[in-house]
Design a protein around this ligand. Structure first.
Ligand code: ADP
Length: 622
């Protein structure tokens, strides 16, 4: 070993990743070619950007391209790029650790995915380490664009790698793969050419295979729509989105004013966040005059559109803008607004054209639009028209829009109502919908924890207020089709009613803010309502859970208990107060707990069960 050679252990996570790559990934092996070409292309993009912003770069005359040389006799494949290259320190860090944020999770998720469905691996992008799918030994020679001396990195992918000086290199990176015996075919030209055509057709630099350029360098998004075939669009999607399937939607648009924009955006079929892969990185790249300025840009679209894949190109951006300067650049903000509005308009059009297809999209990506409503005030109006919820009038599993709800609203109704619950059946058997059903008023069912926040943030739609049915001040007297005076014959008379209400207030003093005679219960004896017009029970539950997660004590506010003076149980309770007050107090506490559970809120289960047994014992006469 010469004095300039150093040996390094791979980081633990890298070892695990290499182990998966070497031992479990045999199908879809071709992707290693894509991964290495894509790294080369990234390095070339960076080089192109640097040469625009820096005065001097090393080896400025070397053309920006990728070359691939094969040796069938020696069983090697060599991929060379004239990109930015890597210094010694960069070789050690970049090719020894996993840069991916939360790399621990990444490897665990990858291991799981590898067991389930190997085709998912392509989506993960295992990057450089994919080389070990086909090679038993990998040599990386690299020289940075800063002109410092070059180095050679060598490893067999097991425990460690070495780095030694390597004089006389040009700028860029050369990767030499000594192929495994069962991977010799990757030294054959036809094989490699097929893979490049399949996966790397849109790489924006010439790829020379054995001296011959095998791709056509073109920026698809700058071509006219009418000239592009579906197949070209789909191939481009696979390229830009690292995808294996076809997109659900695509939007290709150009504008000259107020800004010059060429954008090609794709909605994938799958939501990877839903599949337990953690938060996805943004998938849209920002270009200026076909030159990549910001890959996976965090600036060009709002965070909640991170599921989109594609390209935005604007000639109006200064070519030499640095990535940091993009963040609060006024032009970028303007671009973001224009593109976001255009995309939301596109979704509205798609929904109009084919609601079922839109619902497929909604079921997969609706959660992102909901995130948009709660985090981004700017696009609320557009988003409000795109949200979908189930309701008492919608079919099971087929949500409806707020626009349709408003169209169905009856005379005298000026409010849109909603109620949260874990599922349709639970909501429909609960107390909150009773009067809505009786009066034939549609009510939206919110079944996801975020939903009440979404509707709360919207506040209103089309001039109609959005109101949760668990609000204490809800007044349904003017709305609906049926006049519903409760039959006074059946009700507890007003004196006995008042007496019971005050007794309950006293008995449940520690638990409730107030006890009120209900004007909207039909069958249920009681229900919990929120005196605070802002919070709903569902929101309180979410916030309590989040406080507990942070190790804090969950806060709960006191609620109002509404009682139904026509309910047989409540009527009997009035009598029981007179004959056996202490037992009546147990029953009252149980009624309160039951209503609390129906509101989706938490009760003390031990105390509740103990009390429940006491009551049952009495009921069976024990
Ligand atoms: P990723 O490309 O997803 O970041 P990789 O494992 O493929 O992950 O590569 C890790 C890092 O190594 C890259 O981010 C890049 O900085 C560096 N790298 C890889 N290949 C090259 C190359 N051909 N030229 C310059 N840098 C490279």
């Amino acid at each position: 070993m010469s004095s300039q050679t150093s040996t390094h252990e791979f980081q633990t996570e890298t070892k695990k990743l290499l182990d998966i790559v070497i031992h479990s990934l045999y199908t879809d092996r071709d992707i290693f070619v894509r991964e290495l070409i894509s790294n080369g292309s990234d390095a070339l993009e960076k080089m192109r950007h640097e040469s625009l912003t820096k005065e001097e770069v090393f080896d400025a005359h070397v053309p920006l391209e990728i070359t691939i040389d094969l040796d069938e006799k020696k069983h090697t494949m060599t991929i060379t790029d004239s990109g930015i290259g890597m210094s010694r320190a960069e070789l050690e860090i970049n090719l020894g650790t996993i840069a991916h944020s939360g790399s621990g999770n990444f490897v665990a998720e990858l291991a799981e995915a590898a067991q389930k469905d190997v085709s998912l691996i392509g989506q993960f992008g295992v990057g450089f380490y994919a080389a070990f799918m086909a090679a038993e030994k990998v040599t990386v020679q690299s020289r940075s664009w800063d002109g410092s001396e070059g180095n050679e990195w060598v490893s067999d992918g097991t425990g460690s790698f070495s780095i030694a000086e390597c004089p006389g290199l040009h700028r860029g990176t050369r990767i030499i793969l000594e192929l495994k015996e069962d991977a010799y075919e990757y030294a054959e030209k036809w094989k490699v050419e097929t893979i490049i055509k399949q996966y790397s057709a849109f790489v924006p630099f010439p790829i020379k295979l054995e001296g011959e350029v095998v791709n056509t360098v073109q920026a698809l998004w700058t071509r006219s729509k009418s000239e592009i075939t579906d197949e070209e669009y789909n191939d481009f999607y696979k390229f830009v989105g690292n995808a294996v399937d076809e997109p659900h939607f695509r939007l290709h648009f150009s504008a000259d004013a107020p800004l010059a924009i060429n954008a090609l955006l794709f909605v994938p079929k799958e939501n990877f966040e839903n599949m337990g892969f953690g938060r996805v990185d943004p998938g849209v790249n920002l270009y200026c005059q076909r030159i990549l300025i910001d890959q996976h840009s965090e600036n060009i679209l709002p965070e909640w559109l991170r599921f989109l894949k594609g390209v935005v190109d604007s000639e109006d951006l200064p070519l030499n803008i640095s990535r940091q300067a993009l963040q609060d650049n006024a032009l970028v903000l303007k671009l973001r607004k224009v593109i976001t509005k255009r995309f939301l308009k596109f979704l509205a059009e798609e929904a109009r054209k084919d609601e079922d297809n839109y619902l497929d999209f909604w079921n997969t990506f609706g959660i992102f639009l909901k995130e948009g409503v709660t985090s981004d005030f700017e696009f609320q109006k557009e988003l409000a028209a795109l949200v979908r919820f189930e309701s008492s009038r919608s079919e099971d599993g087929k949500p409806t829009s707020l626009t349709e709800y408003v169209e169905r609203m009856g005379e005298g109704q000026d409010t849109i109502y909603y109620i949260n619950g874990p599922n349709r059946a639970a909501i429909e058997s609960g107390p909150y919908v009773e009067m809505f059903n009786k009066k034939n008023i549609e009510i939206i069912y919110t079944m996801e924890p975020i939903d009440d926040f979404v509707l709360n943030h919207l506040g209103e739609f089309d001039g109609k207020k959005l109101v949760s049915a668990d609000r204490a001040d809800l007044d349904l007297s003017a709305a609906g089709s049926e006049e519903t005076k409760q039959d006074d014959e059946e009700k507890l008379d007003s004196e006995a009613g008042d007496e019971l209400v005050s007794w309950l207030k006293k008995t449940l003093e520690d638990k409730v803010a107030d006890v009120i005679e209900s004007k909207r219960l039909v069958d249920s004896p009681a229900m919990i309502v929120n005196p605070d017009g802002f919070m709903t029970s569902s929101m309180e539950r979410v916030m309590a859970a989040s406080r507990m997660e942070k190790g804090m004590v969950p806060e709960s506010s006191k609620k109002n208990l509404e009682i139904n003076l026509a309910s047989p149980l409540i009527k009997q309770l009035a009598g029981l107060v007179k004959s056996d007050e202490s037992f009546a107090a147990e029953v009252a506490a149980q009624i309160f707990d039951n209503a609390t559970i129906q509101a989706g809120l938490v009760v003390d289960p031990m105390a509740m069960v103990e009390r429940n047994y006491k009551i049952l014992q009495k009921a069976v006469g024990a």
